[in-house]
Design a protein around this ligand. Sequence first.
Ligand code: AKB
Length: 320
Amino acid sequence: MKNILVIGGTGQIGSELIMKLRSIYGNSNVVCGYIPSAAPTGELLESGPAEIVDITKPTLIDAVVRKYDVDTIYNLAAILSAVAEMKPQLAWAIGVDGLFNTLEVARERGCAVFTPSSIGSFGKSTPHIKTPQDTIQRPDTMYGVTKVSGELLSDYYAKRFGVDTRSVRFPGLISYTTPPGGGTTDYAVDIYYSAVKGEKFKCPLKPGTFMDMMYMPDALRAAVEIMEADPTRLKHRNSFNIASMSFDPEIIYNKLKEHVPGFEMEYDLDPLRQQIADSWPDSLDDTCAREEWDWKPEYDLEAMTKDMLLNLRKKLLVTA
Ligand code: AKB
């Protein structure tokens, strides 16, 4: 990777991935692609190039790829699971038509492409415990439909046109820099904000709702490592299961109470998010990622919680 374009560069993943990529490959070699309603600010804007890239407009993607001689595209544009149920047409336009536009530019200009899939690519008929790498993918959500389509389309472009597409299935991602928006796993970020602000947390999911989660530094490392992996070792491409921890609301609440003793939580269920979460796996088996490109997470729930609390307290200027 020498010149990189990140589409969806100001979102939860993009805003942190760009800073990581700039620290590895050089500030001027990583372009932040954004839409006008989510323009970059602060360090993200000041540390390197930024260009308007609407994934639904292939000419805009192509123009930026040519201008910066881009060889690798990180495509992070997506409508997350809960919002996708409200706006299925938009979710398809961005998740599938947008990916098609990106892959066409990549085919013509010789770029590698990373487009994350998700635990949302699985559905009720998938084995839910230690979900295997290769298994049934019949999702019940529009988000899942776009993610499975994205995996298939990316593999097709690799086989048919030799485009170097690779990716991972992200669990729910937990971070303190840019909040997620419209996902089913967002509660696992929101709960930290409530704990630090001293507010009672209203949990939208019932006890016993297990899902895979991951701390952002592990997710960013995975995104870099899969694109740097030795291609001769890869038996899979799109997309690898990766995992680091699986918990339900009670487990994360009790972990937070160890660090914030007076913290309180009550249940205020969101039927849509509950239905989506119930259709997703409880935990993924990431053996293939470990074997084919040496994937290994660094953060468990305790390590993540300590780091989240430290950084959120700094961000919100709250003392412990
Ligand atoms: C969501 O909840 O929609 C996302 C995901 C798991 O892909 N965070």
